[in-house]
Design a protein around this ligand. Structure first.
Ligand code: 5GP
Ligand code: ZN
Length: 126
């Protein structure tokens, strides 16, 4: 057989069935999708912290930004997904947050950028 050399097992491995955001990407759990492309998906946060609060995730499973950095192509895809999301929402000013590790507030271990907009943001962040 010609092709990528990927087997069915590799395909399954890329999707973690225990991961909430993999299940949203797979369409198994509903979400309000605001942007979608080949590498990334963006959907509204269930518990918004600003008038606009969107989560942008790579379609493939990576635990956090350290894990994502092992695959530059996937990292670029997530950045492109953030750009596409803010363009489609017409945002010119927004805050992006990557919580990394439980102690820093990460609760879903599939890397995601929070994109927040529509209110004033303080610096330093809380
Ligand atoms: P973290 O705490 O990992 O940085 O961010 C996880 C985010 O996912 C939280 O802001 C939380 O509100 C959101 N979230 C948790 N469960 C769901 C869900 O089932 N659907 C959506 N759309 N967002 C969720
Ligand atoms: Zn996942």
């Amino acid at each position: 057989m010609t092709g990528t050399g990927l087997t069915a097992a590799d395909t399954v491995q890329a999707m973690n069935p225990d991961c909430l955001f993999c299940r949203i990407v797979a369409g198994e759990i509903p979400a309000t999708v605001v942007y979608s492309d080949d590498g990334a998906l963006a959907f509204t946060d269930l518990n918004p912290q600003a008038p606009t609060h969107v989560l942008v995730v790579p379609r493939r499973h990576f635990v956090d930004i350290g894990d994502l950095a092992t695959d530059p192509e996937a990292g670029s895809a997530l950045l492109a997904g953030i750009r596409g999301t803010v363009a489609s929402l017409g945002l010119s000013a927004y805050r992006t947050v990557f919580n990394t590790g439980a102690a820093a507030g990460q609760s879903v271990f599939h890397v995601h950028a929070h994109v927040l907009a529509g209110r004033r943001f303080e610096w330093p962040p809380g």
